[in-house]
Ligand binder design. Structure first.
Ligand SMILES: Nc1nc2c(ncn2[C@@H]2O[C@H](COP(=O)(O)OP(=O)(O)OP(=O)(O)O)[C@@H](O)[C@H]2O)c(=O)[nH]1
Ligand SMILES: [Mg+2]
Ligand SMILES: [Zn+2]
Length: 345
């Protein structure tokens, strides 16, 4: 029989997860479902079927290793993870140290790209974060915080909308409560992740939406409004108004290892112009009949937007080549022991 529990439903449990979980109970009848809310060193913190939080061990054989947002099957006897249920989306970025892909949060529906109006809004950063969201299989929404601190918040929001045609932009203030009902509506029945610089106001927003101080917040430096990296781990919280919110540490750099489709989704305006290029394989640098270059020349397409489109496409191509290389290497490794076994016979 499918598992139901109001405590798990508050964390996003649906029939989809009940069906996937039932496949595991066929071989592990004692297994219980849970959702990962935080990583704690080698253990993970998960909410289980009765709503209680418990620390779980993750045996190395569990592949993929669960991340925040994953639904898992738990062995109650050993307090360990048996397996993660198949994800429907995965937010990941490129690890700045190793260049490899780092999974951040699983089963994400919406990514809120959080920018504080107490500092200059950086279009390049927004474009990168929006591309990460599309790559994850989630919908991006830009949230401008601290509207109470500037004289012209509406104009600032309009400038962001103009800079990224098609972008959803919400103006908020934790101080006045502006925009919070819109965010509550957005979060209902969804898993929503906050992404943004340190000091942008992610944890403050989490506390406002949670209705109490669940996350620690920090002050920003006077002068350049830089944050202090107060939040150090991703943490998933259920909201009283419905849905769950994942607060995250401020990312210093938004490294991309996405595919070209995610870039095209972010730059829908440029992709539409590029359809008018004379050659289907136009590289948009000096080809005759290039509609993109023509749009830049007439001012229809802003030079900055064209430049970031070019940069992100280049990064996506490099990432695709690297992924292809890793896939080939993986296949070689998998193939090798098999040949060894054949020789044993
Ligand atoms: N005036 C005003 N201040 C805000 C608002 N939102 C956040 N702040 C302040 O901004 C500072 C940083 O907020 P945090 O919520 O800690 O920022 P964060 O994004 O979680 O930062 P990290 O955890 O370091 O990534 C705090 O001093 C907050 O009080 C707002 O809407 N208005
Ligand atoms: Mg924080
Ligand atoms: Zn072109």
């Amino acid at each position: 029989m499918a598992v139901t529990s109001p405590e798990l439903e508050a964390y996003g449990w649906t029939t989809r997860w009940a069906t996937l979980f039932a496949e595991i109970t066929a071989s592990s009848p004692d297994a219980r479902p849970g959702r990962i809310v935080r990583h704690d060193g080698s253990a993970v913190l998960a909410v289980s079927v009765d709503g209680a939080l418990e620390h779980l061990q993750v045996p190395p054989r569990v592949d993929p290793a669960p991340v925040v947002g994953d639904w898992v099957a738990i062995d109650p006897a050993t307090h360990s993870v048996i397996a993660a249920l198949a994800r429907h989306s995965l937010l990941r970025r490129q690890d700045p140290g190793t260049g490899s892909q780092q999974p951040l949060v699983a089963n994400v529906d919406v990514v809120l790209v959080v920018c504080g109006l107490d500092r200059p809004v950086k279009p390049g950063r927004i474009e990168r974060s929006v591309t990460l969201a599309w790559d994850a299989g989630a919908t991006p929404v830009v949230v401008l915080t601290k509207a109470d601190l500037v004289a012209d918040p509406e104009q600032r929001a309009e400038a962001v909308r103009r800079g990224g045609p098609g972008l959803d932009v919400v103006l908020t203030s934790a101080a006045t409560g502006a925009g919070m009902d819109e965010l509550r509506r957005m979060c209902r029945d969804r898993t929503v992740v906050l992404l943004g610089e340190s000091g942008a106001g992610k944890s403050t927003m989490t506390n406002t939406l949670a209705g109490c101080a669940v996350a620690t917040t920090g002050v920003v430096r006077g002068g350049d409004a830089k944050g202090r990296h107060t939040t150090t781990a991703r943490h998933l919280y259920p909201l009283p108004s419905g849905g769950v919110l994942v607060d995250t540490p401020g990312l210093r750099a938004v490294g991309l290892s996405v595919d070209l489709d995610a870039v095209a989704a972010t730059f829908g305006d440029v992709a539409a112009i590029a359809k008018g290029c004379r050659f289907g394989d136009c590289r948009h640098d000096r080809e005759p009949g290039c509609a993109v270059l023509a749009a830049v020349a007439t001012g229809e397409l802003a030079t900055e937007r064209w430049a970031s489109w070019t940069t992100l496409r280049r990064e996506a191509k490099v990432a695709e080549q690297r992924a292809d290389g890793q896939q080939r290497e993986h296949e070689r490794r998998v193939a090798r022991p098999k040949r060894g076994r054949e020789r044993d016979h």
